[in-house]
Write a protein that binds this ligand. Structure first.
Ligand code: SF4
Length: 508
């Protein structure tokens, strides 16, 4: 007997830094920045007598007439509103709805009433029981996964996913992170003891993606390089893997902590592997805030110098930035601006500190009576569920709005771009024949220049940069599309206020 399930990755509630909604909105081109990993992974657990269809809602509309009796919906907090809407419509049509993924695991109470089967935790050691129960119709209301060995994790079913319309795919080589930042929900879900896939598993996943035409992979690890001995072994294997086809290499990106800058041999290995971008939670120049957050890996070292070291090794840093710690005074907005502008880092994701449920930060603020309820803080870059200490909520919102406009003002963005170009080490791959603005990025550029003279100057700055450093065209393309996405995000959230960017300091 053939069974059937329809797996859905819903659209985000609102455009975010890591998306590519700008492409559809400005140009009508249907593509997304990063392939979802959850749906093809769950699909890989379905026994051979199951028919599985995947819907990536960022690319294709949900088919509410789909014949499958079971509907599986995944998602993060940034997708929760759409998860609930989709579930309600399918349940109205008599379908059995399963919900899983990080939001279901971290906030099960928020979803329990919106689905028939709630799947929390990791899937590997419960998938067999779950699919067996679905096949017999004797399913339970809750399935709770633990922290399984990643040896159980199969190669995702990328054959079911529209990879041809994504700019990058994902491979996860490990889960968990030994650090304990107070605001981090990842470690509540995936734990502090890092679990690893074997190098053979990882290269098997890369082989599948390479054959399917993917040339950019994000390693979706919480902290890829934190265990140094394992990191060296993995990187040596990845170099070997990528060197097999020198003319057709994969570009990599991932998340690391800033202390990696102190291990120069690892930076050299990462560069040789083909790493383009490292996401790092730099957060703040305010040391008392770093101490408050337990971000000890960022303390007692010059963070700007560390970022420069990474950039000199030929990799881009994508910097996470947070404002609104208890130790932040109202001068934090100007301090952040000066700090960020002095780094060779065009890619930044500034946000207000939020306390996700399950984190120690949430528990502390709950005890202090400093949490707000009701508002959907994931829908705006300037809102939070935290009542700040050293400023009012209005000051936090106004200061953050000023900071965002100041940082994404074209002239300030170009200043960081030029700092990066001046410092970054040479890339080994030959990109000289690759056009900077082509297809989707050319369409974005045409749209951006219509916004004004500063935007035109920004596009010209990218042209100049690519003439000067033709080895960086791949990076320049990603930086440019990131800028357009950030602008789109600010415009959609009604936060784009160029008049604010001209002010030396926020009016609070
Ligand atoms: S380093 Fe990153 S993943 Fe690790 S605990 Fe801190 S925020 Fe979480």
């Amino acid at each position: 007997m053939i069974h059937e399930i329809y797996l859905i990755n819903p659209a985000e509630n609102t455009p975010g830094y890591f998306g590519l909604e700008v492409l559809g909105s400005w140009t009508g081109i249907n593509a997304t920045a990063m392939a979802d990993l959850a749906t093809p992974t769950v699909a890989a657990f379905a026994p051979s007598n199951w028919r599985v269809t995947i819907c990536e809602e960022r690319l294709d509309a949900v088919d509410f007439d789909h014949p499958a009796p079971y509907i599986g919906i995944t998602g993060k907090v940034t997708q929760h509103a759409r998860m609930i809407e989709i579930a309600a419509e399918f349940r109205r049509r008599g379908k059995i709805v399963l919900m899983g993924g990080s939001y279901a695991s971290l906030s099960p109470d928020a979803l329990r009433d919106h689905c028939d089967i709630l799947v929390t935790g990791e899937i590997e050691d419960i998938a067999g029981e779950l699919f067996d129960d679905l096949a017999t119709g004797k399913h339970k209301p809750v399935y709770q996964g633990g922290k399984p060995s990643l040896a159980l994790s199969p190669v995702p079913r990328w054959d079911l996913y529209p990879l041809e319309r994504t700019w990058s795919a994902q491979v996860q080589t490990s889960r968990g992170c030994p650090f304990d930042c107070e605001f981090c929900d990842v470690i509540q879900y995936l734990g502090r003891k890092q679990r690893w896939k074997e190098p053979d598993q990882i290269t098997a996943e890369l082989d599948v993606l390479h054959v399917r035409g993917v040339r950019s992979v994000f390693f979706a690890d919480d902290n890829l390089t934190v265990m140094r001995r394992r990191t060296r072994t993995l990187l040596e294997r990845l170099i070997e893997w990528n060197d097999r086809a020198p003319e057709d290499r994969m570009a990599f990106s991932t998340q690391v902590s800033i202390d990696i800058s102190r291990d120069l041999d690892i930076l050299a290995l990462m560069r040789d592997c083909g790493f383009e971008t490292l996401f790092i939670g730099i957060e703040t120049p305010n040391e008392p805030s770093l101490a408050e957050a337990g971000k000890r890996q960022n303390l007692r070292h010059d963070m700007i110098a560390q970022v420069e070291t990474i950039v000199r090794h030929g990799m881009m840093v994508y910097s996470g930035i947070i404002v609104g710690f208890d130790q932040d005074d109202i001068d934090i907005f100007e301090r952040q601006f000066d700090f960020i502008q002095s780094m060779p880092v065009p890619l930044i994701s500034p946000g207000v500190l939020v306390a996700p449920e399950t984190t120690p930060l949430y528990a502390r603020l709950l005890a202090e009576g400093r949490l707000t309820t009701g508002a959907d803080h994931s829908a705006s870059l300037v809102s939070t569920n935290i009542i700040p200490v050293r400023m009012s909520s209005d000051q936090l919102r106004s200061g953050m709005t000023w900071l965002l406009n100041r940082l994404f003002a074209p002239e300030h963005f170009v200043a960081r771009l030029e700092r990066y170009i001046a410092l970054t080490g040479e890339r080994t791959s030959d990109q000289s024949n690759r056009p900077l603005f082509t297809g989707p990025t050319a369409a974005l550029a045409r749209k951006l220049v219509t916004r004004g003279a500063s935007e035109y100057a920004l596009v010209r700055a990218f042209d100049r940069a690519s003439e000067k450093r033709s080895d960086l065209k791949l990076s320049l393309t990603s930086i440019f599309s990131f800028y357009c996405q950030a602008r789109h995000m600010l415009e959609v959230q009604d936060l784009w206020r160029p008049d604010l960017a001209r002010l030396e300091r926020p009016v609070l």
